[in-house]
Design a protein. Structure first.
Length: 481
C-alpha cells in the first residue's frame, strides 16, 4: 500500500507540473474507504475564498463529519484557473484520489460536464451546483443539478437594504444617504447575462425595491396600508431613476452586464464609474464575483459622489473584505452549504453506514439524474441568527430581515426552512410567496420582459394584495398611530 501511495503521489505531481493547470496540493487519496470518498473540484477559487467554493466545501465537510466522522482535508482539487483544460485536469486528479462522488461548485463547470461524465461514469454521482445539464442526454443520468432561486436572495436583500437606508438618525437624515442628496439610489450590475444564475438576482432586487416602494413610499402607504411613510428608492439603472419607467432594449446591455468577471473589468467597461460618479448610487449590488472589489476600491471622480455601500452576493463577503466591512449593508445569500450537504445525502454512489457496515442506497430515494426541488433555505440565507453568546453572527448593517419570504420562518417545526418546497400542494400555492415568485419569473420569458419596471411594480402590487401587508412588517413602529 505504501508503494502504491508513492506511485499515486508521483502521478499526481507529474500531472500537475507538466500541465500547470492544477494547483500544487497534496495528491493523496480522499479520506474514507470505498463508498465514502467525496471529492470537490473548485471553479479555480480556493476553499477559503469566503465565497462559493468555501460554502460548498463546508457542506461536504459537514456531511463527511456527521455521516462518517471523516475529515475533508484531502478531499478537494483546486484547478489553476477556470479554463476547460484546467477543470478537466481537476476531474482526472479527483479520479486519482479514488472519489466515489464528485462535487462541482459554480456554473463554470457547466461547459465541461460532457468531459466530467466520461471520467466519472454512470453509477458515480456528480453534484453540479448552481447550474444544470440537459437530462434528455442519457450520459447525464448520474448528475444532480442543484439550482437556486436567486430572485429570493435579491428580493430579500434589496428590501432589507431599502428599509435600513431610509431609516433616519437623530438629525432626521436617512442613514443610507451617503451622497447627501436627500435620496436613496440603488444601482446594480452583473458579470454576464444568465437568466437563472445571475439575472435572477437583479430581477429579485428590483422586485424587492418595488415591494418597498409600494408599501412605504406610495399613495397607499398611510391611507390603505396604515404604515409610516418613508422615502422612495430610486434605481440608478433606469433612465430617470424611476423604477416604473425602467425598460430594457438590446442596446442597453452594457448598462447591466460587464460581459466578464475579471477584476477591474467593471471599471474598464464604465459600469462602476457610471453608477458612482454619474448616478450617485448610495448602494451598489454587484453580481459579478470579484468585481465587488471594483466597487469597494473605486475612488469617485465626480463632485458630490461618495463611496457607496454595497450588497454582497452568494455568501457573507464582509468577512472576505474585512477592511470594507462597514460598507456592507447586507448580502444576497445562497445557502450553498446546506444544498451541498443535502445533495450528498441523496447521492446514489455514496453508501450509508449502518451498524458499522456500508449499505448501498435505494436509487428511488436518490437525486441522481434530476434537478431536485429546492429546500426553503437554499435560496436565501438566514442573516438574522445569533450564536450561543447571543451575539449577531453577521457584520452587516442589517441584522434582521424585514419581511417573511415564507411561513416557515414562524413555524416551530421548520425554524430554518430546511424542508423541501411543496411542489404540487394546492394549499402551498396559496400560502407560500416563493412559489408565486418562481412561477412569475419563469413565465416572463426573455430579458426584455422581466427587466421591465411596470411589470415588476404590477407584480409587487399583486403580491401585497394576495398575501397581505402583515407579511412585510417586522417592526410594530412602522404602523401609523
Amino acid at each position: 500500500m505504501k508503494k502504491l501511495l508513492t506511485i499515486l503521489g508521483s502521478i499526481g505531481i507529474v500531472g500537475i507540473s507538466s500541465t500547470s493547470v492544477v494547483s500544487c496540493i497534496a495528491p493523496q487519496y480522499a479520506s474514507g474507504v470505498d463508498g465514502q470518498r467525496v471529492v470537490m473540484v473548485t471553479d479555480s477559487g480556493n476553499i477559503n475564498d469566503h465565497a462559493f467554493n468555501e460554502a460548498a466545501y463546508d457542506g461536504m465537510s459537514d456531511y463527511l463529519k456527521e455521516e462518517y466522522n471523516l475529515s475533508a482535508k484531502h478531499n478537494y482539487v483546486q484547478p489553476q484557473d477556470g479554463t476547460n483544460t484546467s477543470l478537466v485536469s481537476g476531474y482526472r486528479l479527483a479520479k486519482l484520489k479514488k472519489a466515489n462522488a464528485l462535487v462541482l461548485p459554480g456554473f463554470t463547470h457547466a461547459s465541461t460536464m460532457s468531459q466530467a461524465v466520461k471520467i466519472f461514469n454512470e453509477g458515480e454521482s456528480i453534484t453540479l451546483i448552481d447550474s444544470s445539464v440537459d437530462y434528455s442526454n442519457p450520459n447525464f443520468n448520474h448528475v444532480i443539478s442543484i439550482q437556486f432561486n436567486s430572485q429570493f436572495a435579491g428580493m430579500q436583500a434589496a428590501f432589507d437594504a431599502a428599509y435600513w437606508a431610509t431609516t433616519k438618525d437623530k438629525d432626521n437624515k436617512m442613514i443610507g444617504d451617503i451622497n447627501n442628496d436627500g435620496h436613496i439610489t440603488i444601482g446594480m450590475f452583473g458579470g454576464a447575462q444568465d437568466k437563472y444564475s445571475l439575472d435572477s438576482y437583479l430581477w429579485g432586487a428590483l422586485l424587492g425595491i418595488a415591494l418597498f416602494n409600494q408599501l412605504y413610499a406610495s399613495d397607499k402607504t398611510e391611507s390603505v396600508y396604515n404604515l409610516q411613510k418613508r422615502s422612495e428608492i430610486l434605481v440608478a439603472n433606469s433612465h430617470d431613476k424611476k423604477l416604473e419607467n425602467l425598460v430594457y432594449t438590446p442596446g442597453m446591455a452594457a448598462n447591466w452586464w460587464v460581459g466578464s468577471f475579471g477584476l477591474n473589468d467593471s471599471i474598464k467597461k464604465g459600469i462602476t464609474p457610471n453608477l458612482i460618479d454619474n448616478q450617485k448610487s448610495d448602494i451598489v449590488f454587484p453580481v459579478a464575483g470579484p468585481q465587488i472589489e471594483d466597487v469597494l476600491n473605486y475612488s469617485p471622480k465626480a463632485d458630490g459622489a461618495a463611496r457607496p455601500y454595497v450588497i454582497g452576493v452568494d455568501v457573507n463577503q464582509s468577512k472576505l473584505y474585512a477592511n470594507h466591512r462597514d460598507r456592507f449593508v447586507t448580502g444576497a445569500i445562497k445557502n450553498i452549504t446546506s444544498a451541498t450537504e443535502q445533495a450528498l445525502k441523496h447521492s446514489y454512489s455514496i453508501k450509508d453506514e449502518v451498524n458499522n457496515e456500508l449499505i448501498s442506497r435505494n436509487l428511488e430515494d436518490c437525486w441522481d439524474g434530476t434537478m431536485p426541488r429546492q429546500f426553503y433555505n437554499w435560496s436565501t440565507g438566514m442573516v438574522d441568527s445569533k450564536n450561543s453568546n447571543d451575539e449577531w453572527e453577521n457584520d452587516y448593517k442589517v441584522k434582521e430581515h424585514k419581511f417573511k419570504l415564507y411561513d416557515g420562518q414562524d413555524d416551530p417545526n421548520d425554524p430554518w426552512g430546511d424542508k423541501p418546497v411543496k411542489e404540487n400542494d394546492p394549499k402551498a400555492k396559496q400560502t407560500y410567496m416563493m412559489n408565486d415568485v418562481v412561477d412569475k419569473y419563469e413565465a416572463l420569458g426573455a430579458v426584455q420582459n422581466y427587466m421591465n419596471g411596470k411589470t415588476i411594480m404590477k407584480f409587487a402590487d399583486d403580491l401585497i394584495n394576495k398575501f397581505g401587508v402583515e407579511r412585510f412588517i417586522f417592526n410594530v413602529q412602522d404602523i401609523s398611530k
